[in-house]
Design a protein around this ligand. Sequence first.
Ligand code: ADP
Length: 374
Amino acid sequence: MLLVIYLYWTRSILITLKRIQITVLVDKMSQDEPMTIATLGSHSALQILKGAKDEGFGTLLICEENRHSLYKRFRFIDEILTISHYDELLDSRCKQRLDNTKSIIIPHGTMIAYFTYRDIENISVPIFGNRKIFQWESDRNLKQKLMNASQLITPKLIQRKEDIDKLCIVKLHGAAGGRGYFLAWNKESFEENATSLLNQRRIRSEDDLFIQEYVIGVPTYLQFFYSPLNRQIEFLGADIRYESDIDSIGRIPAKQQLSISLQPSYNVIGNLPLVLRESLLEGVYVMGERFVKASEELVPPGMIGPFCLEGVYDKEGIFTTFEFSARIVAGTNLYINGSPYSELIYDEPMSMGRRIAHEIRIAKEKGFLNQVFT
Ligand code: ADP
């Protein structure tokens, strides 16, 4: 017991020290020096760095060797720091380069999927957004708690495979990009697919799986930005994911579908744009605002910057939220030149990547950088 208290206490002290270190670093950046926006070479890196350049920042990409040839094609990337593995982001060589270039990091899905929340908590470079909230994104229980506190309608959770009595979607923990997800309608269909994942060593036991009621309707990703500077929420876009193989099954006639044993996956290949019926928009803002308020209460300082509510609109136009992302989502890559919604707010093309850099620029000009970094 004493050991647990000691470890907890030591960890709290280390986190506080890290916070002070970041605050000092950010304060230094506030003085009129040029700043660099850095990110990992993956996910939405092109959009983030293009937006940074458009807002007048230097840009730095940290990428694995095998992606160097892709990213070197783009002139808005000032410097590429090549690493052999993402792990090296935590090494002193990266840290030194980030410090020397006065860099801050914009987190995205690859960073959340690859690093543990502890790794992210320990990065001693300022991160745009609330780094504590990434734990809430990657832990299913915390995620559900935040969605409940936001008064969002969520799919029913099924605790035991024996209780499956209607169509369910079975998921792996973490941001798996839909890979390995499967449908089950009873205990047997659950076990059949779980065994296959066990054989492939994708899971260690059935406990690694998470069962949710399957909601029938239009899967929709709602893209928001919350500005802690003006305390306003902006709805900047919506998208549909196009997933392999589930979205291409309709191209095969039913007779052939029945003749092949196909277990479709939900692996995201790309995103399609979506414009919502205007009558749905008020509800979209209400959901976004509730989410911002609940995160302020549960994970202070709350939501900073981009986030996404992910769910399904049913035939009554009711939105059931199955997930959230507390950072930029790849679906925003659609709107690099602005979206039908950003166009209503800004007179210039405003991608989510640029919106982030815009917030940093305003915060820097007003001396409020500590409100957007943690
Ligand atoms: P990840 O977070 O790993 O990227 P998602 O949770 O977004 O994956 O789910 C991947 C896909 O699974 C979604 O695009 C959607 O089609 C489907 N999906 C997820 N949850 C549900 C649900 N409860 N009901 C219906 N479809 C769902």
